[in-house]
Design a protein around this ligand. Structure first.
Ligand SMILES: Cc1ncc(COP(=O)(O)O)c(C=O)c1O
Length: 476
């Protein structure tokens, strides 16, 4: 059965700068032309409908239609018999390729503001089953053999196109390795760096704290050096001073502070890597879930020769899928592939084929759009509940992903607040665990809302309002 495309619009990362005097229509035309010329949008690739792109960019549909018409006239786009607009098939060589580039058991909690979990109940079971049924019967017998340690070429090609389109990453399927989530991608990368003589790897502070990520760094024989993060992302001057030659960052949505890495910092970080022959490991954390602002492209698109880009479906689908990807810089690619081969001979291929079908069919994009709306509402429920019950508590972190930072009154003690909330069957989690120093000041909470209903969020905050504010009697 052919893959069903109708009604499932793809997404496309394009930026319009409203501060520029250049008209939006011109910007859009230039952006699309550039994406096609550089190969970020491949021949035959489907574009969003004019209605959908207009909605994504906040412009009129007429403006998008005019742009599509112009690019159509120039031969960049094609439309056949009223079907979707696609990038025109061009003669080989005409397009320049992209540069290579607790004490109370959880079950008894009425609301647990646990971090890092997407809405598990929203896993698209029907779509996953559909994609399994679609991909398995037509898979060649050879897929049941040991395959390429990099993973299924089908998935690598689909993901490379997806990442170019949505994350503006300079992805090349030849230098992509499918792995078991971010966790494995990081370990493979750190082992390769360690063998290449890099012993000191900088980590964002606050960041992964004393969790599994730091523990696995230690097992790879790497010293994790904390480097502070401010409102613009990692402090590159402090990074320079640290003596590290590799750094792990979360530019799209910093974990856990929730800031996005500012453009100047991105450039400074790349310059740092170039100056010291260093490597930036990009954890593309939460990139799928920017629901209030223009998305920011991946760092990988800026310097694919310096950035190891790690992606995962743990947040977009579910952690249980255990699939992720590594976009390897050319000089590390062979070593990472070898490491993957020696570690587990490759990740499960049948699930990779299922994921490829899900992405290619547009159902993955559709799921993300649906989840963005759900997480947007949940974040709003959190903002509203704090506004209603604890108006003095400041909430920071982008309107993105599914966590935010609550700044508690300075006189409160994080651990005491958490313990008191547990006594009311509400799970709260403190920032101190994510700080290298474990400092409990300033007292802050990292509130995860991905796996909580709006009702549970509202109740959880209402129930703990007096605890959060330090008021004796919570009038709520
Ligand atoms: C900062 C960060 N990045 C990425 C991930 C995803 O890890 P994985 O793909 O191994 O599930 C997590 C998981 O909690 C995380 O906290």
């Amino acid at each position: 059965m052919p893959i069903e495309w109708a009604g499932l619009g793809p997404e496309l990362l394009l930026r319009l700068d409203r501060t520029k005097s250049q008209p939006l229509r011109v910007q859009l035309e230039l952006g699309l032309r550039e994406a096609i010329r550089t190969g970020r949008l491949a021949p035959g690739e489907r574009l969003p409908s004019s209605r959908e792109l207009a909605r994504q960019l906040g412009v009129s549909r007429g403006l998008v239609q005019e742009c599509y018409g112009q690019l159509h006239a120039e031969g960049y786009l094609s439309t056949r018999g009223g079907s979707a607009t696609r990038v025109a098939q061009v003669e080989a060589g005409a397009v320049t390729p992209a540069p290579s580039q607790p004490d109370v058991p959880v079950a008894t909690l009425t609301a647990d503001f646990q971090t890092g979990l997407p809405d598990l109940a929203s896993f698209p079971r029907g779509d996953w089953l559909w994609a399994q049924r679609e991909s398995l019967p037509s898979a060649p017998t050879a897929v049941f053999d040991y395959g390429d340690p990099r993973g299924s070429v089908v998935l690598r090609e689909v993901l490379a196109g997806y990442l170019r389109r949505v994350r503006a990453a300079a992805s090349d399927p030849q230098r992509m390795v499918i792995c078991n989530g971010f966790a494995e991608g990081l370990v493979l990368t750190l082992r390769v760096l360690r063998r290449g003589g890099i012993r000191r790897v900088a980590f964002e502070d606050p960041g992964y704290g004393d969790g599994e990520t730091s523990a696995s760094a230690a097992r790879c024989g790497v010293d994790a050096i904390p480097v502070p993060v401010d409102a613009s992302g990692i402090d590159v001057s402090a990074l320079k001073a640290s003596g590290a030659r590799a750094v792990l960052v979360t530019p799209a949505h910093q974990w856990p502070t929730g800031v996005v890495m500012a453009p100047q910092r991105r450039h400074a970080l790349v310059a740092w890597a170039q100056d010291c022959d260093g490597v930036v490991i990009e954890d593309d954390y939460d990139a799928e879930f920017r629901y209030d602002r223009d998305p920011v492209g991946a760092l990988h698109g800026l310097a694919s020769d310096r950035v190891v880009h790690l992606g995962t479906v743990s947040k977009s689908l579910a952690p249980a899928v255990r699939l992720g990807w590594i976009l390897c810089p050319p000089r590390l690619a062979d070593a990472i592939v070898e490491e993957k081969k020696l570690t587990d001979r490759g990740s499960p291929v049948l699930d990779q084929l299922t994921l490829a079908t899900l992405v290619r069919s547009g159902r993955y994009d559709r799921h993300l759009r649906r989840m963005r709306t759900i997480y947007g509402r949940r974040r709003q429920a959190l903002v509203d509940a704090l506004g209603a019950h604890t108006p003095d508590i400041r909430l920071t972190g982008l309107a993105a992903g599914f966590h935010a930072i609550a700044h508690l009154p300075a006189h409160l003690d994080e651990a005491t607040v958490i313990a008191a909330a547990r006594g009311r069957s509400v799970g709260l989690h403190g920032m101190s665990t994510y700080r290298a120093s474990r400092s409990t000041t300033p007292p802050q909470l990292v509130l995860g809302f991905g796996n909580l209903t709006e009702r549970a969020i509202t109740r959880g905050i209402a129930t703990t309002a007096d605890v959060l504010t330090g008021r004796r009697n919570g009038s709520g």
